[in-house]
Design a binder for this molecule. Structure first.
Ligand code: ADP
Ligand code: MG
Length: 835
């Protein structure tokens, strides 16, 4: 199976597009690797693939440490090349060349085309004190749109040969249409034009002038600086470029050029360092306009990329057929699609750029919604077993619980109960903040299914969590006599066979496990309900795999009812969009007696204070977690660091206390043993890595210390914090971090200020932007390039229109909807690749 590789490729691509900021996934690339690797290992069989997975993990584990864009770009390029190579291997194609290009090609500085190939530099009149604005783009000739041409390969774009095509492939573009949808990462606005005597330091602007003189000189460390003096009749200004020796030839004295950049100060005089420039006679592409900045890959320079995009837009944007029905377009005053695409690449002004973005964002959200609706329709097409409620056993369950269920829990259990009684499969999302008591609801649901005579499964993302659920469900469901089994990666082959046989025979009613549950060998006699905990850790493909394990009755594939649970509360409009294919239940009430977890952010020099605090709590009989982000799975260096930290804490800081250690490199059985003794109170302080992020429930622990808290995302920190405050004791969370750049200050302060996951989620959206939020929430969604989910008004419009269309024509088979049907398929295809 190549799904994990496709997923990886998608993340790498996003990372490229976002300029290698390690922001493609929440928590960073390394965080992604920690759960990617499990899924990947479980999915492949070939030795070459296995080796590749380890290589990938090794590289990406160090990714965040790489200093600077070029080093990161280098690694990612290298991985992309490996993935390319793998794809060719899998497709059975011989590699096109003897060598894979990227293994031999070295990065060289981008070269400008020799000036002889350019338009002659016609002398123009010296500019007036206020230079003329850039000419608007030439009027467009009318052509007959031929949408089929959009599927031409990128090599059909003028100037794109097979080598460039390969580079474009790395950016995800195979066809002309892909290019049109390869959007700029950002723009530089150089529309402000000034005469030289008017410019101020710090301004980003454009000047037009005549080249007076050009010099080249060497610096002490062997750099070459090209210096030009430009005059426009009102004054002169110097421009410098580093290591671009060819400029000596290109910048001809007395020629008219345009310079765009930010004015800097050098020895009290204004200067441009490495500005963009073009001869005045050229069509403005990188000066005196809003200039698009595209994602790049090694071997593809900014200038070259922009040139390709310009040609692609010119050649193809007229062939776009707008899939959006006119009625919708005019109702919401949206630009025609072709125009929006043109403006999104080479905007005429800020307003048109804004309109273009609105239009394209609308499309993304609209297509997203339509896809959701049709997915839902697909899911509902298969029947499910009706599992009628057995009231007596539910009474027995409630009475055996050590607590009274909250009103919210009761309400959700009733909602689930109603769904289970139907022959239409349930597709329900249970949202509830960390600690809201989702497990008790899950147990009720599982019990209902089992009492109605079906089998049920509960899937969790880590073996620690699966083991914990196994234990607590055994307790909660003890009054009932049925068999519960555990299925994780570390179950022995013999046991596994046993469980497989028992499930197939229907002798085991409830199975709790990890990804191990979706292996091909696992078959059920009569699977009626699947519950997925911490669902954001799973992809659609995995949910789908479990769905497919429903029984076949009278030749009919039945789907189990599905309940997915998530601790990330998100705003309602957002939830409706992200989970348009699911019904939503919300646990909006915490179990009684919970106290607010007091959260404090300490600078690293006050680490000792945290230790003293932990000691105080342990004296009072409580337990503590100390989390170290540096330690993660398959990163042996970091495991060493954790072990060292553990040794330091246990020998030097807390020699008199019982300190335990848990990290991803431990065998599952060891992890489970450590968790069991922590739970039993035999360990006072548990030194841990991110492995305890989700779900772990030990009510006696009251302190969570997170070292280097700035390395984690907001949602993740909130999850960590949720490990405490689960009992009746006042609990605390100490975040140790120095505020080092980025948005860490905002994140840490937000955590200090509130315990409310709902508010934090909104804050997270605000800080990080929605793209990544999306990515993490539900892998398997198409990538949104322009839509911001915080733009509620577009979102609501898009949903309403999608609903209307879907009501009239759910299969999009009306002739008017043909272009829409096609676009929908294309839009979802990238997501479909991994589902
Ligand atoms: P989460 O929603 O994060 O999965 P859990 O299901 O792990 O939360 O529950 C958190 C803790 O709250 C557990 O220790 C559980 O036993 C306890 N709990 C759940 N429901 C109630 C309730 N109604 N009253 C008191 N405690 C409860
Ligand atoms: Mg939980």
């Amino acid at each position: 199976m190549s799904q994990p590789f496709k997923r990886l490729e998608r993340v790498l691509r996003l990372e490229m597009k976002q300029g290698y900021q390690d922001k493609a996934v929440v928590g960073g690339i390394r965080q992604f690797v920690t759960f990617w690797i499990d899924q990947a290992r479980a999915a492949v069989t070939e030795e070459a693939d296995k080796a590749l997975i380890e290589q990938v993990a090794e590289v990406l584990n160090q990714y965040h440490r790489l200093p600077g864009v070029e080093a990161r770009a280098d690694k990612i390029d290298n991985l992309m090349a490996k993935l390319d190579y793998r794809r060719q291997r899998v497709q059975g194609n011989k590699a096109k060349n003897e060598h894979h290009p990227s293994s031999t090609k070295r990065w060289t500085p981008p070269k400008q085309q020799p000036s002889s190939r350019r338009a002659p530099e016609a002398p123009t009149a010296p500019p007036a004190a206020t230079p003329p604005p850039a000419k608007p783009d030439a009027p467009r000739p009318t052509v007959v749109a031929d949408p089929a041409r959009l599927q031409e390969p990128v090599t059909a774009v003028k100037g794109v040969g097979p080598k460039t095509a390969e580079l474009l492939h790395r950016l995800g573009a195979e066809t002309a249409q892909d290019l049109l949808y390869l959007m700029p990462r950002r723009f530089n606005d150089y529309t402000l034009m000034k005469s030289i005597n008017q410019i101020n330091y710090g301004e980003t602007l454009t000047i037009i002038g005549t080249v007076w003189e050009v010099r080249s000189r060497k610096t002490r460390n062997n750099q070459v600086i090209i210096q030009a003096v430009i005059s426009d009749g009102t004054g002169t200004v110097q421009a410098s470029w580093f290591n671009q020796t060819w400029l000596v030839e290109q910048l001809k004295p007395n020629s008219q050029i345009v310079i765009s950049g930010t004015v800097e100060q050098f020895l009290g005089r204004p200067i441009f360092n490495n500005p963009q420039w073009e001869p005045l006679a050229f069509e403005p592409l990188k000066t005196r306009r809003i200039v698009p900045i595209y994602p790049l890959t090694k071997g593809l320079s900014e200038t070259k990329m922009r040139d390709i995009m310009r040609k692609a837009v010119t050649q193809y944007s007229d062939h776009i057929v707008d899939p959006l029905p006119d009625k919708i377009r005019s109702k919401h005053q949206l630009l025609p699609l072709g125009e929006a695409i043109r403006q999104q690449h080479f905007p005429q002004d800020q307003q048109l750029l804004h309109q273009a973005r609105q239009r394209l964002a609308f499309d993304e959200l609209f297509l997203l919604q339509l896809g959701m609706f049709s997915q839902r329709q697909d899911w509902l097409a298969n029947p499910s077993l009706a599992l009628p409620l057995e009231a007596n056993s539910m009474q027995k369950y409630y009475q055996s619980l050590p607590f009274e269920l909250t009103t919210a829990q009761k309400r959700v259990i009733a909602e689930v109960g109603r769904d289970l009684g139907e022959t239409v499969p349930m597709n329900r999302l249970l949202q509830g903040d960390v600690g809201a008591g989702k497990t008790a609801v899950a147990a009720a649901a599982l019990l209902m299914a089992i009492q109605a005579g079906a089998q049920a499964a509960l899937m969790a993302p880590t073996s620690i969590l699966a083991e914990q659920h196994y234990q607590s469900l055994q307790k909660m469901l003890a009054p009932f006599s049925f068999e519960i089994r555990l299925l994780t990666g570390n179950v022995t082959a013999k046991e596994k066979e046993e469980v497989y046989a028992a499930l197939a025979a229907g002798d085991v009613q409830l199975v709790i496990g990890t990804h191990a549950l979706i292996q091909e060998g696992v078959a059920f006699a009569k699977l009626g309900l699947v519950v997925i905990d911490e669902q954001h850790r799973f992809g659609v493909d995995q949910r789908q795999a479990l769905r497919a394990k429903g029984p076949i009755i009278y030749d009919q594939q039945h789907h189990p009812h599905l309940l997915v649970m998530s601790a990330t509360p998100i705003p309602r409009t957002l939830a409706l969009t992200l989970y348009g294919n699911l019904d939503i239940s919300i646990l909006d009430e915490m179990p009684p007696g919970r106290q607010e977890i007091k959260t404090r952010w300490l600078p690293t020099r006050e680490r000792e204070r945290a230790y003293a605090f932990v000691r105080g709590q342990v004296k009072e009989g409580r337990q503590a977690y100390m989390v170290y982000p540096l330690v993660e799975e398959s990163d042996s260096l970091d495991v060493k660091a954790a072990v060292t930290e553990y040794e330091r804490l246990s020998q030097k800081i807390f020699p008199d206390l019982r300190v335990g250690l848990i990290h991803g490199k431990l065998a599952n059985a060891e992890k489970e043993a450590v968790m069991a003794s922590f739970k039993a109170g035999e360990i006072d302080i548990l030194v841990a890595t991110a492995v305890i992020e989700v779900g772990v429930d030990v009510p006696n622990s009251t302190v969570m210390v997170i070292d280097e808290a700035n390395r984690f995302g907001l949602a993740q920190l909130h999850q960590f914090r949720g490990r405490v405050g689960r009992g009746q004791h006042q609990s605390y969370c100490l975040l140790i971090a120095d505020s080092i750049g980025g948005d860490s200050q905002e994140r840490l302060t937000a955590l200090e200020e509130t315990n409310d996951g709902f508010i934090l989620a909104e804050k997270d959206l605000e800080i990080r932007g929605p793209g990544e939020f999306f990515g993490r929430q539900q892998s398997g969604l198409p990538e949104l390039q322009l839509a911001t989910l915080s733009d509620v008004s577009i979102l609501e419009k898009a949903r309403a229109e999608a609903e209307t269309i879907f009501d009239i024509d759910p299969t999009l088979s009306l002739p008017d909807h043909q272009p829409l049907a096609q676009r929908l398929a294309q839009f979802w295809q990238q997501a479909g690749d991994i589902s």
